[in-house]
Design a protein around this ligand. Structure first.
Ligand code: HEC
Length: 238
């Protein structure tokens, strides 16, 4: 049995490495961290909203959910001129973007649900220099992606190392030129962004997690009352 398992596992490991698939990194996100969520929303507006809408979310909802004053949301998060009732809409014209990037940048409201947070985290950290591409970059997780590396100033420039140069199979990326942030500061930026996208994918999750605590508390109290009642009823019988 043990040998069989070892064989199965090693076969699995072999197929993984042979296909040259990028392993996903873990996104250490925390939906209860309002400070991280707010930073993520700020980064989203600065670095992503130019091309990607997140039309399912309004600035007002952000204010309510992150427990922020509406003025703070308008000043720190929303783009200049936006109203608190606006959705997170991008001003990018669909036809222009198709011409510039070959593809229309999708709305990112549900991206965390379709791709998962680990995928998003790995994607944002997997851009590398590729002079054969129009934008000078490529992505190890999403080959030939039409999106430029919008965070390169913060991260710096990564270069690929190949395990199989002929078939362009990348084994790792390394930082060839440092950016404005240290690697760990950059990781925080990406984590905050993914945290925010995860929230946008299902804003009710935040409420549900908070609600869960109250429900547990309620059940405990109810159980305690039940226990007292039971004691009371059975007192005369024993
Ligand atoms: C300059 C325009 C531009 C900016 C700014 C931009 N993107 Fe993109 N993004 C694109 C385009 C174009 C695509 C479609 C790429 C394709 O399909 O080849 C894309 C694709 C994506 C995808 C993959 C969607 C899929 O197909 O699963 C994700 C995730 C994404 N972008 C996230 C982000 C995030 C997060 C930011 C901000 C940090 C950002 N993008 C900023 C243009 C942009």
């Amino acid at each position: 049995m043990k040998t069989l398992l070892t064989v199965i596992f090693s076969l699995f490991a072999f197929t993984c490495s042979a296909s040259g698939k990028t392993e996903l990194m873990h996104a250490d996100i925390d939906l209860s961290d309002n400070v991280s969520l707010k930073r993520g929303a700020e980064h989203y507006v600065t670095y992503c909203l130019g091309c990607h809408s997140a039309k399912h979310i309004r600035y007002l909802r952000i204010a309510e959910d992150f427990e922020l004053n509406e003025d703070v949301v308008l000043k720190d998060i929303a783009p200049v001129g936006a109203s608190i009732y606006d959705s997170m809409l991008s001003a990018m014209d669909k036809h222009d973007s198709k011409r510039w990037f070959g593809n229309v940048p999708p709305d990112l409201s549900l991206i965390a649900r379709s791709r998962g947070s680990d995928w998003l985290y790995t994607y944002l950290k997997s851009f590398y220099r590729d002079n054969t591409k129009t934008h000078g970059t490529n992505n190890a997780l999403f080959k030939d992606v039409g999106m430029p590396n919008v965070l390169w100033k913060l991260q710096g420039e990564q270069v690929p190392h190949y395990s199989d140069a002929e078939n362009q199979i990348i084994s790792s990326l390394s930082l060839a030129r440092p950016g404005e942030l240290s690697p760990s500061e950059f990781d925080t930026v990406v984590t905050d962004l993914v945290n925010f996208l995860d929230y946008v994918g299902e804003p009710a999750k935040l409420k549900r997690q908070q609600m869960g605590k109250y429900v547990l508390f309620f059940i405990l109290i109810l159980g305690f009352i039940g226990y007292l009642l039971k004691k009371e009823y059975w007192k005369d019988i024993h």
